[in-house]
Each structure stands twice: as structure tokens, then as C-alpha cells.
Design a protein around this ligand. Structure first.
Ligand SMILES: CC(C)(COP(=O)(O)OP(=O)(O)OC[C@H]1O[C@@H](n2cnc3c(N)ncnc32)[C@H](O)[C@@H]1OP(=O)(O)O)[C@@H](O)C(=O)NCCC(=O)NCCS
Length: 441
């Protein structure tokens, strides 16, 4: 029992950096209509309510395809989809609106629940909606008249921001009104993307129930740069019309429009959104904008770039001197951050103590690029490598940067605590501080 509550405390503490970094951030969530009818729906609502409670500003845009199909069937009306978009004849609009109402009321009702001993107890979420989206007809495309299917013309971003600032959860249905006073059926992805870009959202989340986004070896993509995402979508364009494809396409469009990060998360896995936002490893696929900045294993061609980066720091005595030959031999231990074909950062991971532990060394970020969280990103990357190698601890020796390491979760320790062989090589003259961080495997 004691152990369980200790683990809980540990876990809770580990989430605090994520809680702090997401607080007051704006997230637009795409919730497809079919999710509303699945078993995991109450869990999704609980997770969104928790995010709201943690100070995240939320806009939820729901879809209603399942509900519309059902309404059309019961009216014996025809359903026509072209290139993933519904055609909406005037006579179908009442059914479309009814179905949207059904989806939207189900969400509002779920956010209003508050039974004792349920995660919603005491949440008191204020759900607000309004006429935020102005629409215009989609028109005739490839000879198909989309009739009352519209596209987004503009978004009243100011009205949404006012609601978010008063901590209301903004719920948006995929309906828009034209200046002529007509209602138009819109794609919920289109609405979410336009809102996310108009209000300058920090993230877009696309819930998806068609399984993860995988490469051709069936491995899940955890992260995709905008460029990689574009290539992947182009490859899949002709044969993939899955919900996953459309969710990823929405992420791509949102990032292309200026949103820094967009994530596809499972609508069926309990807690997928919390894992994605509040744990290091995440659970879904993230698309991110800073496409020309990548972190990767160093290659032999990077030696010159790394030398250019570290030599000035070696001269100042901040880093230990490494000869070119040594760097060439050890290049496999280095990770680099590359931006526009330039090495802007590096870090090395040396296995010590029979690879039971690792030593993080030679962490450097080029001067012009410092202060942007890049070294912290590199560190996260190296920590993941070390965890994969089943290393239990990560050491760092530094003369001038101890506080930076402490801010990254390291603690100072005595040089005598260094594993045996590394202790022998400890350079007494440098009087480096020894720091250590426990790793989770
Ligand atoms: C330390 C270093 C890697 C940080 O890179 P970075 O990408 O700027 O780091 P981050 O953006 O993640 O963190 C920046 C923060 O660290 C702080 N920081 C930078 N150098 C620091 C130092 N020597 N001691 C304490 N804090 C330091 C910055 O002031 C900044 O804090 P702020 O956000 O409150 O202003 C970079 O400054 C560097 O290359 N320094 C020279 C090499 C070095 O000292 N390497 C470590 C020894 S292995």
C-alpha cells in the first residue's frame, strides 16, 4: 500500500513539467461523431475535463457523420460522399442539423455530469457555443454540385478567445452561416483547422479510431516533421481513405497554417490523450512545424560540423578537448541537432559501468541557437536512447554548467559515487561537478 502511494507521488511529480508547460495553452480538439457512440467516449470526456481543470484552454469541434448517416437512413434519404466530403441537398439539411444537434447534446450532457466518485465530480465545466463560423458554398467541383455543403469563409476568433479567457470550454458544431442567412454543412476537420489557425492555437488534437499511423514495417510513427508528413500523405493519397489518413491530413494542414504541433491520438485507447500530453513517450503521432530542425545520430560527415561547434568551448575550458581522431572513432556515440544542413547542437552518450549507466558528455548548442529549449530536447532524446539500452543512471561531469543539469532533473553527487572504471579516469585537475539522474526503463 505504502509502495503504491509512493509510486503515485513519483508519477504525479513526473507529470508536473508537462502540467506547467500546457497550462494556459490553447488546444483545438477534433472529435469525430462515431467516437461519441463508443465505449471510450466517457473516458475522452473525463480526460478533456481534466485538461480544462489543469488550465488548458479547449475548443472541441465535433463531427456527426455517423449521426447524419442514421438520420438520412431513417428518412430514407440518399447519402452522397465525394472525395471524403458529403453532398448536402436542401431536402437533407433538416436531417443534417438534427444529427448535429444529437451529437452536440450528447457531448454537452457528458460534460455536465458530476456524480460523486466519478472523475467529473466537482469539474463544473462551462460549455459554450455560438455562431463563430461564417460559411460560403463549396460550389461545383469536378462536376459535382455540393449544394448546401459549404466551406469556412471566416472565423470570429475574438469571440472564441473571450470564452477561452473566461475558462469556458468552447464546443463547435460543423455548421456555418452565410451572409445571406443560410446554414451550411461543413467538414468538421475544415472547421477545426480554420479555428486553430485563426485563434493561434498551440496544438490541434485529432481523435482517430482507425488505428495508429504506421510505416511500411508496421512500426508506429511517433513524430513526423511537416515535410515527412507531406511525403507520407502523398504516398498514401491514392489508396488510403481511412479516418487515420484524414486525421493526419488535418494535422498537416493545421501545422502548415501555423499551428506548432498537431497530434493524432487513439479514440479507443483509454487515456490516450493524457499519455500523449503528459508523458515523455506519448501514445500517438505528432506532426510538428520546425521541420528543418532534426535530432539524429551523428554520421562521420558530421565531424567537421561538431568540431566547429565544440572547439571554441574547448578553448574556453568549458568542454574537454577531443582530437579529430577521437571524434571520428567515437562518432557513433554522438547525437546531433541539424538545422538547414548545419549542426547546431550535439551531445554524446558514453556507456560506463558495463553499460549499466551512461555518461552524457559534450552537450553543446551553437551560440545563436541557445535559449530555445534545444539542449533540453537533445537531452530528452539521449535519455530515451539510454533507457532503450537499459541504462539505469545517467551521469554528467561539468565545470560550468551544473545548474543547467540540475534544472533538467540531475542531482549533484560525489565523484566517489562514479562507477569504478570511470572514477579512475576522473580528472582531478578539472574539479568537475558530478551529476546524476535516475532513468526509467
Ligand atoms: C548549456 C547549453 C547546452 C544550453 O543550451 P540551450 O539550448 O540554450 O538550453 P535550453 O534552452 O534548454 O536552456 C536554456 C537555459 O539554461 C540556462 N543556462 C545556459 N547555460 C547555463 C549554465 N552554464 N549554467 C546554468 N544555466 C545555464 C540559460 O540561462 C537558460 O535559462 P533561462 O531559460 O531561464 O534563460 C548551452 O548554453 C551551451 O552550449 N553551453 C556551452 C556548453 C556547455 O556548457 N555544455 C555543458 C557541459 S557538457
Amino acid at each position: 500500500m505504502q509502495q503504491t502511494s509512493n509510486q503515485y507521488v513519483q508519477w504525479f511529480r513526473q507529470t508536473s513539467p508537462y502540467i506547467n508547460s500546457h497550462r494556459n495553452k490553447t488546444i483545438v480538439v477534433m472529435l469525430p461523431g462515431d467516437c461519441i457512440e463508443q465505449d471510450n467516449f466517457p473516458n475522452i470526456i473525463n480526460d478533456l475535463a481534466l485538461l480544462n481543470g489543469l488550465g488548458v484552454k479547449l475548443v472541441v469541434v465535433h463531427g456527426a457523420r455517423t449521426q447524419i448517416e442514421r438520420a438520412l437512413q431513417s428518412s430514407k434519404a440518399q447519402s452522397q460522399i465525394y472525395d471524403g466530403v458529403r453532398v448536402t441537398p436542401r431536402e437533407n439539411l433538416v436531417d443534417v442539423m438534427k444529427a448535429m444537434g444529437e451529437a452536440r447534446f450528447a457531448i454537452e450532457a457528458a460534460f455536465s455530469s458530476g456524480l460523486p466518485e466519478s472523475p467529473m465530480y466537482g469539474a463544473k465545466i462551462k460549455v459554450r457555443s455560438g455562431n463563430f463560423v461564417t460559411a460560403m458554398p463549396r460550389g461545383v467541383i469536378d462536376g459535382v454540385d455540393f449544394q448546401l455543403t459549404g466551406k469556412v469563409r471566416s472565423v470570429d476568433s475574438q469571440a472564441i478567445k473571450v470564452l477561452l479567457d473566461e475558462h469556458s470550454l468552447t464546443l463547435v458544431s460543423p455548421l456555418g452561416y452565410s451572409l445571406t442567412g443560410e446554414a451550411f454543412n461543413l467538414s468538421f476537420a475544415d472547421v477545426a483547422i480554420h479555428i486553430a489557425t485563426a485563434i493561434g492555437a498551440d496544438k490541434l488534437i485529432a481523435y482517430n479510431d482507425d488505428g495508429p499511423i504506421i510505416d511500411n514495417t508496421d512500426k508506429q510513427f511517433r513524430e513526423l516533421t511537416l515535410l515527412q508528413c507531406e511525403r507520407f500523405l502523398l504516398e498514401q493519397h491514392h489508396h488510403n481513405q481511412s479516418n487515420t489518413y484524414f486525421a493526419l491530413r488535418a494535422c498537416y494542414k493545421a501545422c502548415d497554417g501555423g499551428v506548432a504541433r498537431a497530434h493524432v491520438v487513439s479514440a479507443q485507447e483509454d487515456g490516450a490523450l493524457l499519455k500523449e500530453l503528459y508523458t515523455r513517450d506519448g501514445s500517438g503521432t505528432m506532426v510538428y512545424r520546425d521541420s528543418y530542425e532534426t535530432i539524429r545520430r551523428a554520421r562521420i560527415e558530421d565531424v567537421v560540423g561538431i568540431l566547429n561547434l565544440i572547439e571554441p568551448l574547448e578553448q574556453k575550458g568549458i568542454l574537454v578537448k577531443r582530437s579529430r581522431e577521437r571524434l571520428e572513432t567515437e562518432i557513433g556515440l554522438f547525437t546531433v541537432m541539424e538545422k538547414d544542413n548545419l549542426i547546431v547542437g550535439c551531445a554524446a552518450l558514453y556507456p560506463i559501468d558495463n553499460a549499466q549507466a551512461g555518461e552524457l558528455a559534450c552537450v553543446a548548442i551553437q551560440k545563436d541557437y541557445q535559449g530555445g529549449g534545444r539542449a533540453a530536447k537533445l537531452l530528452t532524446h539521449v535519455e530515451r536512447q539510454a533507457s532503450k539500452l537499459k541504462m539505469k543512471k545517467l551521469y554528467a561531469l561539468t565545470t560550468q554548467t551544473a545548474h543547467w543539469f540540475i534544472e533538467q532533473g540531475f542531482t549533484e553527487t560525489d565523484a566517489d559515487n562514479l562507477p569504478g572504471k570511470r572514477q579512475l579516469l576522473y580528472n582531478l585537475q578539472r574539479l568537475s561537478k558530478v551529476l546524476v539522474k535516475e532513468l526509467k526503463n
